[in-house]
Design a protein around this ligand. Structure first.
Ligand SMILES: NC(=O)c1ccc[n+]([C@@H]2O[C@H](COP(=O)([O-])OP(=O)(O)OC[C@H]3O[C@@H](n4cnc5c(N)ncnc54)[C@H](OP(=O)(O)O)[C@@H]3O)[C@@H](O)[C@H]2O)c1
Length: 253
């Protein structure tokens, strides 16, 4: 049987790394992407030791349109038929009131979470034409559903991911590409360390007194969606830890 191939952005950490492991265990060949090439090489070796799959690493910054386009155009022939695209790269930068925020943080979030997702999708779509089971996942957030204090631009970017997921489902309908948004709540990855600019202690306080989601929880859910029959499209999933009803109601012990 021909193995299917999944293209995963943000595979150097958190959800993306867990999704790469999970899809390799499901038998997918992988194209794993991120800016930290050392991590990509290490994870690629680790995964290939565990599973009989092929992996190709692509190092690029999703914010840079020509880097995205050139990297994807450079894929070797055996990786040019893509079945699954996981648009996961992204994050929050800063946690400030709109009047106090650093506008460089705004650029970073808008360029990564919105434009980066679009550049990657545009470059990967032509490679999905031959797939019998084409599927796109966009990783949104509960921040795509609720705006919270100091969430401002991050929430705006994730609302945009939600809108773009709906737009893709409409525009790609005739191409029979399934499109799902996964909207996680609090999950312990490097997300909060990045948001608080490397302050690991502050990042830890976000998850104090509760059991957050893990990256593997999200990978499991994505794999579940992917393995539903092709006539089923799960439009979106909002997933929080049991201790979190939404961004405003959290049961800390
Ligand atoms: N953890 C949460 O609580 C949570 C909740 C809801 C949604 N999310 C969303 O889930 C996604 C994954 O986040 P995570 O929690 O797994 O965080 P993470 O551990 O910080 O991982 C983020 C990944 O995105 C990549 N990335 C960031 N900026 C990039 C850029 N400009 N170009 C290429 N790759 C870039 C990073 O790779 P490099 O640094 O190597 O480039 C890394 O692999 C994000 O879209 C985030 O907004 C997270």
């Amino acid at each position: 049987m021909n193995q299917q191939t999944a293209f995963i952005t943000g595979a150097t950490s958190g959800f993306g790394q867990a999704i790469a492991h999970r899809l390799a265990s499901d038998g997918f060949n992988l194209i794993i992407c991120g800016r930290r090439s050392d991590r990509l090489e290490k994870y690629s070796d680790d995964i290939m030791k565990q599973y009989p799959v092929k992996i190709y690493s692509l190092t690029f910054d999703v914010k840079k349109k020509s880097e995205v386009t050139n990297s994807i155009a450079s894929l070797p022939a055996e990786f040019t038929k893509i079945d699954v695209l996981v648009n996961n790269a992204g994050g929050a930068h800063g946690f400030d009131l709109i009047q106090d925020a650093n506008t460089d943080d705004w650029d970073e979030m808008l360029d990564t979470n919105v434009k980066g997702l679009l550049y990657v999708t545009k470059a990967v779509l032509p490679l999905m034409n031959e797939s019998k089971n084409p599927y796109i996942f966009n990783i949104g957030s509960t921040a795509a559903k609720y705006v919270y204090e100091k969430g401002n631009i991050y929430c705006a970017t994730k609302f945009a991911v939600d809108a773009l997921t709906q737009a893709m489902r409409i525009d790609l309908l005739k191409k029979k590409i399934r499109v799902t948004a996964i909207h996680p709540g609090m999950a312990e990855t490097e997300f909060s360390i990045v948001r608080f600019k490397g302050d690991a202690e502050k990042a830890k306080t976000v998850y104090k007194g509760l059991q957050p989601l893990t990256a593997n929880d999200i990978a499991d859910v994505l794999s579940y969606c992917l393995h539903t029959p092709v006539h089923v499209n799960i439009n979106e999933l909002v997933i929080t830890p049991s201790a979190q009803a939404n961004p405003f109601y959290i049961n800390r012990m």
